[in-house]
Design a protein around this ligand. Structure first.
Ligand code: ATP
Ligand code: MG
Length: 229
């Protein structure tokens, strides 16, 4: 695998996001500028409420900033139509949540998840990436199992394998190890490293020091701003 470190995969400039509820306003992001390099893992850390999940939702194109610009793989996502954003998300971005159950469909086997993911990315379900990812994510002997037959760590690795098809320009993970014990955290971090080797920029919001230790870079958020990187 080639590494593509160095080139900018994702770029945010002066991003502002304010939540408005009736008369109250919460300034969740107050001018965030950040670049994510291809082929690297970034840990986003900071106190609860500092804006990590808000930023990740913007990067994943499931929400839009009020101000500022976000480019993913050179495409300005803020200017895209809704359909354009959906297409970009489907082809270039992977997203995974904290709870393994939220990332997977209970009635699909591991292999069927990857076949579905391949279809969503516009690949053939017979694409070699499906067996290759099963292998590289250590899931080959679990391929015919359903989520309730897997451990939490295995389920998160299925979610990463699903997100890794393509491969995408960006993988966004919100507290990916929040519900895992220490021994399984490592296997999830190994899976991130596999994905980064294909050139994907991985960004994970985390309170877990183990994730921050394995990241190429740690970005600290505070009060809706990048405090240190
Ligand atoms: N949908 C929403 N409506 C209104 N306010 C929100 C919404 N989502 C988040 N907020 C507020 O925006 C701020 C940033 O929240 P965010 O969820 O991004 O923080 P976080 O850093 O991910 O925190 P945690 O570490 O607890 O997950 C907080 O003050 C939060 O209360
Ligand atoms: Mg959060």
């Amino acid at each position: 695998m080639t590494r593509h470190n160095g080139s900018v995969a994702v770029s945010c400039r002066a991003v502002v996001r304010t939540y408005r509820l009736d008369s109250s306003r919460v300034a969740a992001l107050r001018g965030v500028s950040l670049d994510l390099a291809a082929g690297t893992i970034t840990a986003l850390v900071g106190p609860s409420g500092s804006g990590k999940s808000t930023l990740l939702r913007l990067l994943a194109c499931v929400d839009r900033p009020d101000e500022g610009s976000i480019e993913i793989g050179g495409t300005d996502v803020v200017g895209l139509s809704r359909a354009g954003r959906v297409r970009l998300r489907r082809t270039r971005v992977g997203f995974m949540f904290q709870s393994p159950a939220d990332n997977l469909l209970g009635y699909l086997t591991v292999r069927e998840h990857l076949q579905l993911g391949a279809r969503l990315r516009g690949l053939s379900t017979r694409d070699r990436q499906v067996p290759e990812l099963l292998d590289r994510m250590g899931l080959a002997d679990r391929a015919e199992h359903r989520p309730n037959q897997l451990s939490g760590g295995e389920q998160q690795r299925v979610a990463i394998a699903f997100a890794a098809l393509g491969p995408p320009t960006l993988l966004v993970a919100d507290e990916p190890t929040g519900q895992l014990d220490h021994t399984t955290v490592d296997s999830v971090l190994d899976a991130f490293a596999v994905l980064a080797q294909t050139g994907t920029a991985v960004v994970a919001a985390t309170h877990d020091p183990a994730v921050a230790r394995r990241a190429d870079r740690v970005v600290l958020m505070r009060d809706g701003q990048v405090a240190d990187q």
